[in-house]
Design a protein around this ligand. Structure first.
Ligand SMILES: [Zn+2]
Length: 512
């Protein structure tokens, strides 16, 4: 990308936004549990018999809409390409419509108008994160381009332009929608995987790239004939041999594949390389695709997990240890647990729950890392966002007749899958939970000024209460990422240490 072109985009974005009170965050960490809506969290609570880590521990919670600009998955030129399809916009009346609908769609009962609306308007994992890191709605499939297919300035680029170091890690392919969008790549289609990998490794934005998509390993961590679905043979060979044929290793990428080596970086027993590429020995996911399933409703952990794969926690901590090398310069990390979504596409609740447990362990590890005196991050300079990109369509066992029924415990037991029923094999357009902690958390909670509530003709009331939207959060993050003007810094420097302490706690109102 041409940096002057991007600066022009940034100016246009900031001039168009209203005045907004934004707390500046030196460090921004975004943890995404792909596809994990309210019922994913509830399924996990029912299985463990305990609250989630994010149910307390200083997190504030609200809800967030995730709808796309349009359902179609290609760019459209001109004004039509930028127009919001009103039918995809989240509304309580559309989502919670309990009007019965007869018949089936595929293997699923249609059941209610609200279910049908979700099955025909849902976003994907690319455009949802585009909203979160650019503040713009776009079409399904878009990687940091708008509805015309034109590139958007991203949070990763803004953070790096302002002195931070940036990274992305995932438990699924390093170049899939969430990490590629979070890492500031640009493409009209998430399917252009090799081009996206070339941009991630070549743009100079990222210092950490982590995930699966290893050409040489299968879903059980075994060697296989190479499959270059996610990276060109040339770039993969460069990474493995440390040569400079394609130019990307001229930026000094170091490939780490062994779990033990990732663990050593994560626990700081060895120093992280300058450019850390952690491509785990796995194809699609770290754990969710491993063999051994006897049925799609196997309980979580019924099959032993692969010890060749790092955990989400190990990937996160290795990334944070590398980015911590930037000292007081600050960091940006987007860490995705992508496997709940993959398991839900397969209607596999057991692996959904086990990967969501893995996600919550990662959140806890990041909180402990921020609390640690060894990290430059603390809660006065760090914004931690924990959320999902979108939901699926998972309800209780009688959800075909009892609309939006909650999941139920399995005969009151913990440790076995809750009673449930799937109503789709893909995403939904429902609100998702948004948990925030640290500097700027109050501001993000304050964005939630829409109210979700719907009472049907039978007098049944549904709703999540206050909610914001991914694009609103994205616009907030872009402003939180830009340091205060130099004049402020100069004035504060004159105030000495007291001024610096005060600066950390001040809420700054900027017209941007
Ligand atoms: Zn998905």
């Amino acid at each position: 990308m041409n940096s002057r072109f991007l600066a022009g985009i940034a100016l246009a974005v900031t001039l168009a936004s209203p005045a907004l009170a934004v707390e500046k965050a030196k460090n921004i960490i975004i943890l995404i549990a792909d596809g994990s809506g309210y019922n994913t969290l509830q399924a996990t609570r029912l299985w463990t018999g305990a609250p989630l880590f994010t149910d307390s521990n200083g997190f504030q919670t609200t809800s967030m809409s995730t709808y796309p600009l349009r359902f179609a998955n290609t760019p459209i030129p001109g004004a039509a390409g930028l127009a919001q399809d009103p039918n995809t916009v989240y509304s309580s009346a559309s989502n919670w419509d309990t009007t019965p609908v007869a018949g089936t769609t595929g293997a699923y009962p249609r059941a209610f108008e609200g279910y049908d609306w979700n099955r025909t308007t849902y976003p994907d994992s690319a455009n949802t994160i585009v909203s979160l890191v650019t503040g713009e709605k776009t079409y399904n499939n878009a990687v940091n381009v708008n509805g015309n297919g034109d590139p958007l300035l991203t949070l990763a680029e803004v953070m790096v332009q302002n002195g931070r170091e940036a990274g992305v890690v995932s438990t699924v392919q390093f170049g899939d929608a969430t990490p590629s969008v979070g890492g500031g790549a640009h493409n009209i289609s998430r399917g252009n995987r090799q081009a996206i990998a070339n941009e991630m490794f070549g743009s100079g934005v990222l210092s950490v790239i982590g995930g699966t998509g290893n050409p040489d390993y299968d879903d059980n961590g075994n060697l296989r004939a190479a499959n270059y679905a996610w990276i060109t043979p040339e770039l993969w060979n460069d990474l493995k041999t440390g040569t400079n044929v394609s130019g990307f290793n001229g930026q000094g990428w170091t490939l780490v594949q062994n779990r033990a080596d990732i663990q050593a970086i994560a626990n700081a027993s060895v120093s992280a390389p300058e450019k850390l590429a952690m491509i785990a020995k796995a194809d699609n996911g770290l754990q969710a695709y491993r063999g051994g399933l006897t049925a799609n409703n196997d309980d979580p952990f019924a099959t032993a997990q692969l010890d060749t794969s790092p955990t989400y926690t190990e990937m996160l901590l290795a990334g944070l240890e590398r980015l911590n090398d930037n000292g007081n310069g600050g960091l940006y990390l987007l860490g995705e647990q992508g496997e709940p979504d993959r398991a839900m596409h397969a209607n596999n609740l057991g692996r959904t729950i086990e990967s969501y447990i893995d996600f919550q362990l990662g959140v806890e590890a990041v909180v402990n890392w921020i609390d640690s005196p060894d990290s430059y991050a603390d809660w006065s300079n760090t914004l931690l966002i924990v959320t999902a990109d979108h939901d699926h369509l998972l309800f209780g066992p009688d959800g075909a007749t009892d609309p939006f029924q909650d999941l139920l415990p399995d005969d009151g037991d913990v440790g076995t899958n809750p009673q449930h029923r799937w109503f789709f094999g893909s995403h939904s357009n429902q609100l998702v939970p948004l948990m925030v902690r640290g500097v700027g958390a109050n501001g993000i909670i304050g964005l939630a000024d829409d109210w979700d509530s719907y009472t049907d003709e039978q007098g049944r009331t549904f709703g999540r209460g206050w909610y914001t939207d991914q694009a609103e959060v994205g616009r907030y993050l872009l402003q939180a990422a830009v340091p205060e003007p130099a004049t402020w810094g100069m004035m504060i420097a004159g105030f000495g240490l007291v001024g610096l302490v005060a600066r950390r706690r001040r809420t700054v109102t900027i017209t941007a």
